[in-house]
Design a protein around this ligand. Structure first.
Ligand SMILES: [Zn+2]
Length: 304
């Protein structure tokens, strides 16, 4: 049993069979109960209640001129068929000076606030952040250079000049805990906080399986050969639009040689060390990844 992982458990039904109909999307936007959350330059609008945080859901009319249907993403329907949307208000120069927005909440970096949000809400906001960010960075047609238009409720951009369609990206990353009996392989990048170590990770390349990416990344970074790659779980990671896919793998060799300069250090850690690190005990000799990260859950499952 895996604990709920941040950015997973999005409860909304994306209604992908309905959202390609612009009249249907317009009808959902006009729904009297429709809820919408603004994002400003990748930060969601958050309502704080003590230590708890919530997406600052508001109505479309309450957003006034800030609501631009051309920058509005359909997120999905909840269990009572209430439609949920996200909209990009990045055109606002400084939201702190905007009484309408400050009256609703505060724009806060998703990573810093997610421990205060419910896990399902982190999943909804991850969806909004990743797709709105994709629209921001993919405004122009990659075939002809003309500005494209958001369609299908935000799940496609269409080029009116050359008719090509463009779809939101998800970039798969493999993260793997390589084990050899009672020890596991951890590494650290030079730019991390001193003492932090985590499972190895890297992007899947085109034409590559997850299993091959796991073996290649571990070989490139540490010269260790692995086999028996087993899928564990996955986590959307909206920086900007990654999907973390977590695996266990068996070490076939154990001698570490740092090879591609991605890691500053790599080491074998025992189960006891990992248990101490997960408990925040300095006697571990290193700091484990926080619960926000899927690496934390890989380590937790390994020592369970
Ligand atoms: Zn085009």
């Amino acid at each position: 049993m895996i604990d709920p992982i941040i950015f997973t458990g999005n409860p909304l039904d994306r209604a992908s069979e309905l959202r390609s109909d612009p009249d249907w999307v317009a009808g959902q936007l006009a729904h009297p109960e429709a809820r919408i959350v603004p994002f400003w330059r990748t930060k969601p609008l958050i309502r704080l209640e003590g230590a708890r945080a919530f997406p600052a859901w508001t109505s479309v009319p309450a957003l006034g001129d800030h609501h631009d249907p051309a920058r509005t993403l359909f997120l999905g329907l909840n269990g009572t068929q209430t439609p949920f949307f996200a909209c990009d208000v990045s055109a606002v120069d400084e939201p702190k000076d905007d009484p309408l927005l400050t009256g609703l909440g505060k724009f806060i970096d998703l990573r810093s606030i997610c421990p205060n949000l419910s896990v399902p809400d982190t999943g909804i906001l991850a969806q909004g952040k990743a797709i709105l960010q994709w629209h921001h960075s993919h405004r122009f047609c990659s075939y002809c250079g003309v500005e494209t238009t958001m369609v299908d409720g935000g799940y496609r951009r269409h080029c009116g000049a050359c008719s090509h369609d463009h779809f939101p990206r998800t970039d798969p990353v493999v993260i793997m805990l390589v084990t050899d009996g009672d020890q596991c392989l951890l590494g650290r990048s030079a730019d991390w906080t001193p003492g932090n170590y985590s499972a190895l990770a890297g992007f899947v390349e085109p034409g590559e399986t997850f299993e091959a990416a796991v073996a290649r990344e571990v070989r490139e970074e540490t010269a260790i050969e692995v086999g028996n790659v087993r899928y564990f779980t996955s986590q959307p990671w909206p920086w900007p639009m990654n999907l973390m896919t977590a695996f266990f793998a068996d070490a076939l060799t154990t001698g570490i040689t740092l090879r591609d300069n991605e890691l500053e250090d790599a080491m074998w850690a025992s189960r006891d060390q990992v248990r101490l690190a997960l408990a925040g005990d300095k006697a571990a000799g290193f700091n484990a990844a926080p619960p926000l990260a899927i690496a934390h859950h890989l380590l937790k499952a390994w020592v369970a």
